[in-house]
Structures are given as C-alpha cells and as structure tokens.
Design a protein around this ligand. Structure first.
Ligand code: HEM
Length: 418
C-alpha cells in the first residue's frame, strides 16, 4: 500500500538548511515524527532520511546512485571532477580498490611514523613561541604529513600555500555545506603541482617509491584497461591529501573535549585502551559532515513510500550519530559507550556507512582514527600548555563547524617524563 511521504510544506527550504545546519534533518524528522520526509531544496523536491534503517536503504546501490547527485559546486570544490565520489558500479569498484590499496598495514605504519615525527618537529617550534593557534598549526603539520606519505615531501616554502588550498576545499562552506554552493572553485596551485607529479612519474623524470600513493595512482588502470587521465589521477591524489589535512578539525574537537570534560584526561592517562573509545566519541559527538547526497536510481517503494527516479536524497550523518534509538543519552559525551559497542555499518556513520570496497564509506576512516590517536597521545601525555581566555563556542549552522578561537594555546612545554 502506498502512503504519502510526510512532507514539509513550502516552496523552498534552502534557507532553513542554512539556518539550522547540522540540525536541519533532525529537527524536521522530529517535528514530522518520521525518519523520512520530503522537502524542497535549491528549488527542487528532495527526500531527507535519518537513522540506521534509513542508512541501510541509502547505501543499497541498487536503489541509489551517486552520478549526478551532488550539486556541481560541491563536485568541483570538494571532490573534483570524475572523482570516486561521483562513480557507481564497476567504475566505482575499480577506483575504490585503488584508494583502499594504500590503506594496508605497512603504509599505515609509515603514515603514523611520519605523523609522530611531524608532531615532534612542530612541538619543538611551538615551545619557542609565546602562543599558537592550534587549528592553523595542525593543518600545516598534517599537510606536511600528507605530502610525505604520498611520496613527495614538501619544501618548507611550499607548506603555507598547499595548506591554504587544501583547507579551502573543506573549510569553504562551498565544500560540505549549502551556504555557498555558488562559490568559486578552489583548486589552483595544488592541481597543477600534483598533475605535474603524475606526469613526471609517467615520463620517468621523477621516480616516486613503487608503493607510494603517487606511483600507484599514476600507473593505475581503469575498467577499460587504460591509465587514468592525468586530471583524474590528480583528483584522486588530492582525495588523499585534502582529508588528511581535514583531520585538523577533529584534533581541534579533541582538545575541546579535553577542556569541556576535564575528567577524561585522567582516564586517558590511566587506561591505554581508553584512547580508542575517546576518539570514537569525538567523531560521534561533534559535528563534521552533516549529510551525504545521492539520487534515486529508479522508482521503488519503501515502507509504503514512493521514491521517484532522480530525486535528490540526503542521509543525515550527524543526526544518526545522535539518534536516541541507537544511542543512550546521545547528547552526553561518554566514551565508555564504545567499550562493548555492537553496532552495524549503518549506526555509527560520521564518515559514511556501509562497506568500504563495495560502497562509498570513507576510504580514510581507519587512518583518521589512527592519526587522531597518535595526536591525542601528544596532547595528553607529551605536552602541557595554558589556554588564554578565548571564545571556544562552535555553531551548529557553520558547516564545517570550528571553535571560534581556533584553539589558542600558550606556553607549550614538553612534559618531562624522567
Ligand atoms: C577528517 C576526517 C574525515 C571525515 C569526517 C570524512 C568523512 C567522509 C564522508 C562523510 C564521506 C562520504 C561517504 C559517502 O559518500 O557515503 C567520505 C568519503 C571519502 N573519504 Fe573521508 N573523511 C575523513 C577523512 C578521510 C581521509 C583521511 C581520507 C583519505 C586519506 C578520506 C578519503 C575519502 C574518500 C576517498 C572518500 C570517497 C569514498 C567513495 O566515494 O567511495 N577521508 N569521507
């Protein structure tokens, strides 16, 4: 039997999306008392969904597609043209296998060693400074890490430009929020530089290590057995660089959590296993990606509701991570909830849900957790600092949301462990 899907009346709710940000879907879902509803965004009909059951539906690739789903501006500024995020079926499988092929243990160990070394170098610098803006510093730290990991360490004089361009891709609301979907494209120097690296390795002018991201991506063959065109290979290398820098947002929230919930520090110092739970709770509790977008592949009916081919559909990531049907006291910060956590691939979805290889779940989720753990260890066990008076508020209508002061630390010192 078909039912009318609960619907928000009105011509367009793009403004509501801007004003309510991370809470847009959750607020409406609560008001309409339904985990799926219809609204209008950017002048078109759109379906919004939240919760575990909805996530399982959204990640069913027989029902939803990514091709032509995200607004053009997002594709251009965040993902890049023809990137893995915009592919379906065999093409997606082939490309995703490439991205996952650099997530093996040896490569991860290498990334974490590079990350530790970089923390050491940055701390040496910070201890000589009166105060630092942690967010800006950690973005640069991670930018150096990212380039070194792909096989092409940056020269010191390139760091600021590269950090700025990579960060602009996810900081600009054009990236993951709707506020400036009409904004400008933000890839200039970085695209030229990475494309040159791809070209140079293909022309054998530069030899990057055989198992490096650059080498692998430069010589990857797509479903037709052809090398990726240089632009697409570039887009996928940037798909590794940009989000590594974006981990700075989570590291900022990590520090905020240590401040907001001071009792956590003792637990982290006393119980080594607590770090993983703490990191998971930071990813669940704080906002980062509000939702992901797909398009209905062909007409189908679900729970009595009609899904019409081509309809833009948004899955609520933030709201699902705060859904009281999945989480006890979802608005409390409780890392212990992850001690014996038995979730499904659709219940805890800060970086998307479903399967890594067959679906669009974030290729870098594992390394995000690992890099956060290494960074947390530095913040809790290896340095101490003061926090001058500052505005630590973050807003639910800022996408991505970052504490206003960007976390200012003063008098950073190493903790003497002798
Ligand atoms: C900084 C924290 C991160 C967050 C919050 C995050 C979040 C996400 C989200 C929400 C998606 C979309 C899932 C979907 O479309 O269903 C995604 C996809 C993706 N992420 Fe991440 N991510 C992060 C870090 C990383 C890292 C470190 C990497 C790699 C170095 C990475 C690489 C990717 C790629 C390649 C995709 C596209 C996967 C596909 O379409 O199949 N991400 N991420």
């Amino acid at each position: 039997m078909e039912n009318q899907m609960p619907r928000e009346e009105g011509f367009d709710h793009s403004f509501g999306l801007l004003k309510e940000g991370y809470n847009f879907i959750k607020n409406r879902s609560e008001n309409l008392n339904s985990n799926v509803f219809e609204t209008r965004i950017l002048g078109k009909k759109a379906i919004c969904m939240t919760g575990e059951e909805a996530a399982a539906l959204f990640y069913d690739a027989t029902k939803f597609q990514r091709t032509d789903a995200a607004p053009n501006r997002i594709v251009q500024s965040l993902f890049g043209k023809d990137s893995v995020q915009t592919l379906d079926g065999e093409e997606h499988k082939n490309r995703k296998a490439l991205l996952m092929s650099v997530m093996h243990q040896e490569s991860i160990t290498n990334l974490l060693e590079i990350t530790s070394n970089q923390w050491e170098q940055s701390i040496d610098k910070w201890t000589k400074m009166e105060q630092i803006e942690l967010y800006e510093e950690v973005k640069e730290l991670l930018c150096k890490v990212a380039f070194k990991w792909i096989g092409a360490p940056l020269h010191e004089n390139e760091v600021k430009t590269m950090t700025k361009e990579l960060a602009a891709m996810f900081e600009s609301p054009a990236a993951i929020g709707p506020a400036h979907w009409m904004g400008r494209t933000l890839r200039n120097v970085i695209e030229k530089t990475v494309q040159q690296m791809i070209q140079d390795t293909r022309d054998k002018k530069v030899q990057y290590p055989k198992d490096s991201v650059l080498h692998k991506f430069a010589f990857h063959k797509d479903v037709d057995g052809q090398l990726l065109d240089a632009e697409t290979a570039t887009v996928e290398v940037i798909n590794m660089l940009r989000p590594i820098v974006a981990i700075a947002i989570y590291i900022n929230f990590t520090v905020l959590a240590l401040l907001q919930f001071p009792e956590q520090k003792e637990k982290l110092k006393n119980y080594p296993d607590y770090a993983k739970m703490f990191v998971q709770e930071v990813r669940r509790y704080y906002p980062f990606f509000p939702f992901v977008a797909a398009k209905v592949k062909s007409d189908f009916t679900w729970n009595g509701y009609d899904f019409k081919e081509g309809t833009l559909t948004l899955l609520d990531l933030y709201g699902t991570n705060h859904d009281p049907q999945i989480w006890d006291n979802p608005d409390e910060f409780q890392p212990e909830r992850f001690a014996n956590w038995e979730g499904t691939p659709f219940s805890f979805i800060p970086q998307g849900g479903g399967d890594y290889y067959l679906g669009h779940r974030c290729a870098g989720e594992g390394i995000t957790i690992d890099v956060m753990k290494v960074s947390l260890d530095y913040l809790v066990n290896k340095i101490e600092f003061n926090m001058p008076e500052q505005n630590l508020d973050f807003e639910m209508d800022d996408i991505p949301s970052i504490p206003k002061s960007k976390i200012v630390l003063s008098h950073v010192k190493r903790i003497n462990t002798q």
